[in-house]
Design a protein around this ligand. Structure first.
Ligand SMILES: NC(=O)c1ccc[n+]([C@@H]2O[C@H](COP(=O)([O-])OP(=O)(O)OC[C@H]3O[C@@H](n4cnc5c(N)ncnc54)[C@H](OP(=O)(O)O)[C@@H]3O)[C@@H](O)[C@H]2O)c1
Length: 227
């Protein structure tokens, strides 16, 4: 039984992941919407839930106290929280940029900073990227800031894997293609994804639990479709 942290677990892929992983593991869920997290906990009391805004001041010390109240050691961290803004570049505000990068990049990096000291050999960090941030993939108007934040997630993941290789902690980035969630609706209104949140979560579950034996420091496209 592993100790697992999932950020952005209050909806979509994160919520689906939470329910699958909690069948056999200790799972701590983090997101801003505590009421939604508690609904998941009601479905499986093994789930641990805490409200967390990744954009808050002094995230590191706050997150450290939350995590260590539940786990003295962490086996898997799934950095799944994400923020999307869909606007043409000329309309994007500084506030939009700060929200997206604070959530998708700075919050993710600080979550790694807090969690890595609690990890030992064999641990796995899985960062949820996007096909939009995958080099050479098809790009879409309106998603420049979101997609570039996900490119940063991919680059960070590959660099972090290098730093942690002596400790035998693996770091990978999954560049997801479309899965049917609220966020997909914001990015591509009316588009129907070929994969549900639960189906995507099935893949991420298996990858998070097992793939670090074979894969480290990689950004992997996980996509059936364009987008
Ligand atoms: N669905 C797709 O097609 C697709 C494709 C490529 C990549 N992705 C990636 O997959 C991940 C999950 O997305 P999803 O589609 O499941 O979208 P979603 O349903 O909108 O979920 C996003 C999650 O992130 C959390 N979050 C947002 N801002 C946060 C903050 N400041 N602090 C803490 N948590 C925050 C939200 O919770 P609260 O609002 O409760 O905080 C929510 O649980 C994201 O990283 C997304 O970029 C999705």
């Amino acid at each position: 039984m592993k100790n697992i942290i999932i950020t952005g677990a209050s909806s979509g892929i994160g919520a689906a992941l939470a329910l699958i992983l909690a069948e056999n593991h200790n799972v701590l869920l983090l997101a801003r919407n505590l009421a939604e997290l508690k609904k998941l906990q009601a479905q499986n009391p093994r789930l641990r839930v805490e409200a967390l805004d990744l954009t808050r001041e002094n995230l590191g010390p706050h997150l450290h106290s939350i995590i260590t109240a539940h786990f003295s050691q962490v086996d898997i961290l799934i950095n799944n929280a994400g923020k999307l803004v869909n606007k043409p570049v000329l309309e994007i505000t500084r506030q939009d940029m700060e929200q997206v990068f604070a959530t998708n990049v700075f919050g993710l990096i600080e979550t790694c900073q807090v969690t890595i000291p609690l990890m030992k050999a064999g641990a796995h960090i899985v960062n949820i990227g996007s096909m939009g941030g995958f080099q050479g993939s098809v790009k879409f108007p309106g998603l420049s800031v979101y997609s570039s934040s996900k490119s940063a997630v991919a680059g960070f993941s590959e660099c972090l894997a290098e730093e942690l290789k002596e400790q035998k902690i693996a770091v990978n980035c999954l560049a997801l293609g479309s899965a049917q969630t609220e966020m997909l609706g914001e990015a591509f209104p009316g588009y129907k994804a070929p994969v549900s949140a639960a189906e995507m979560a099935e893949f991420i579950t298996d990858f998070s639990l097992n793939a670090n034996r074979w894969i480290n420091g990689k950004t992997i496209p996980v996509s059936l479709s364009t987008p």
